[in-house]
Design a protein around this ligand. Structure first.
Ligand SMILES: [Zn+2]
Ligand SMILES: [Zn+2]
Length: 124
């Protein structure tokens, strides 16, 4: 075993996106845009957004779908193909939430007029 220390050239950069100062492990010559770790992560995350990737899980021997839910913004690896509504990817949870909210909305708009003429509102 060689006792080789990792030599990291820490260069102070200012993130072009959020303005935060951060250190990078490479030499930054200052001629391009640099981003802090956080912004890089979120940019990487956003790049993956809007796409559903079908992967095959060898261990489970089943197809899996990788996607980022547009609503809760989290990365999912699911056995189901997500619902895409108006170009937005919904995970199962968000889809059921959406359905619930839609049902609520519909209910709020319903006012039942009883025979006696009194208006009965149904609480959502
Ligand atoms: Zn940043
Ligand atoms: Zn979601």
């Amino acid at each position: 075993m060689t006792d080789k220390k990792k030599l990291l050239a820490a260069t102070k950069i200012t993130c072009s996106k959020c303005g935060k100062e951060d250190f990078v492990s490479f030499f930054a010559d200052g001629h391009r845009n640099y981003f802090c770790e956080e912004c890089l992560k979120s940019m990487h995350h956003n790049r993956k957004k809007g796409r559903v990737k079908k992967v095959y899980d060898k261990r489970k021997k089943s197809d899996l779908y990788e996607f980022i839910c547009d609503l809760c913004d989290c990365f999912r690896r699911a056995t189901y193909s997500p619902e895409i509504i108006q170009g937005k990817i919904y995970c199962k949870e968000c889809l059921s939430k959406r359905k619930l909210e839609e049902r609520k909305k519909n209910r709020k708009n319903t006012t039942i007029i009883e025979k006696s003429g009194s208006i009965k509102k149904i609480d959502g």
